[in-house]
Design a protein around this ligand. Structure first.
Ligand code: DAH
Length: 344
């Protein structure tokens, strides 16, 4: 047995190994059942007794040599493999991220939020109300007598004899008064959807309104004007002017129509305001004594004001939306402009 030659072979075999699999094959070649070193071990039986010791030492030397080299190479290959994995799986943190696609708040919801916040800051409660109503709350308790054209089936969606889709958020006036069993002062707004049977290029069968109602002692028309002035200025800008014109609504006396200075030209006159400098925006007035009475309030003690306005037009003014149909067609290109990026 030539130890040096065997060692040389082992060295040659192991040094050329580039993978753990091949390294294991080499282990089999030397230490397997028919392996080179195993065969040498088996041959010990044939060795004369006086040479056995020396033979054993040589065998151990070869085995040690193999094991040392095998372990070193195995460790080296394992390290290489780990490094390769780390490199392959590395995350390039300089790559741009995917970004989060965020939704947006519909301008209709947004105007409701803004108006609600504004009135809440003045001490108003924001109430919801039902979209399905009865004739009694939609008309009768608002002093709209039988036979009034507003009750006509041509104008209102009736569900059956009793129920209808509310045609105005003023319905909430009657509920607020009735629900307040102590008959204490009331300060509410009610934003929401209303329904009417007209639909053409400028009207939709469903649109938004917000109703306001204040009942207290000594409430006057001046309070109404002051309140609406704050509302208009806060919502549409400090330079907005408010103008009252006498009008008629069954549930208010006196009644007014409220114009705001044109948001487009600032009051100078343009095609939007038909050169008048003003745009009609609200209906309002002092709550009619009949309405107070039906709600359980003594009109000799309490007075109140009410106002109602269309949310669609306000949203168009506020967000510069040129066509009412944009509010209902949910064109994603339009809606995306209402996300809250950069707002907070
Ligand atoms: N409900 C009315 C409408 O739909 C608007 C309105 C006018 C509301 C006068 C009021 C009011 O509260 O006092 O046209």
């Amino acid at each position: 047995m030539n130890i040096e030659e065997i060692k040389k072979n082992i060295e040659e075999d192991i040094s050329s190994v580039i993978s753990l699999n091949v390294l294991n094959e080499i282990k089999t070649k030397y230490l397997g059942k028919n392996g080179v070193i195993t065969s040498l071990q088996l041959r010990i039986k044939e060795i004369p007794a006086e040479e056995k010791k020396e033979y054993g030492i040589m065998l151990n030397d070869i085995k040690g040599f193999f094991n040392d080299l095998f372990e070193k190479t195995r460790t080296k290959l394992l390290e290489e493999e780990v490094n390769r994995k780390l490199k392959d799986d590395a995350i390039d943190i300089t790559l741009p991220g995917e970004g989060i696609i965020s939704g947006s708040i519909h301008p209709f919801s947004r105007i409701i939020e803004e108006i609600s916040d504004l009135f809440a800051s003045m001490g108003y409660d924001v109430v919801d109300g039902n979209e399905i109503e009865t004739d009694e709350y939609c008309f009768k308790r608002l002093n709209v007598p039988d036979g009034h054209p507003a009750r006509d089936a041509q104008d209102t969606f009736y569900i059956d004899e009793e129920f209808l889709l509310r045609s105005q958020t003023s319905t909430q006036q009657a509920h607020a008064m009735e629900d307040n069993s102590e008959k204490t002062p009331i300060r509410i707004i009610c934003p929401g959807k209303v329904y009417r049977r007209d639909e053409d290029a400028t009207h939709s069968h469903q649109f938004g309104q917000v109703e306001g109602l204040v009942i207290d002692k000594n409430v006057s028309l001046a309070d109404l004007k002051g309140t609406l002035e704050i509302f208009a200025k806060k919502l549409l800008g400090e330079n907005t002017k408010v103008r009252f014109r006498p009008s008629y609504f069954p549930f208010t006396e006196p009644s007014v129509e409220v114009d705001l200075s044109c948001f487009k030209c600032g009051g100078k006159g343009c095609n939007l305001c038909k050169q008048t400098g003003f745009i009609e925006v609200l209906g309002a007035g002092m709550v009619h004594p009949n309405v107070l009475k039906m709600g359980g309030y003594d009109p000799d003690v309490y007075t109140g004001f009410a106002f109602g306005t269309g949310l669609d037009r306000l949203a168009m003014f506020k967000y510069n939306i040129p066509d009412i149909r944009y509010l209902y067609t949910n064109d994603i290109r339009m809606l995306k402009q209402f996300d809250r990026k950069g707002e907070e």
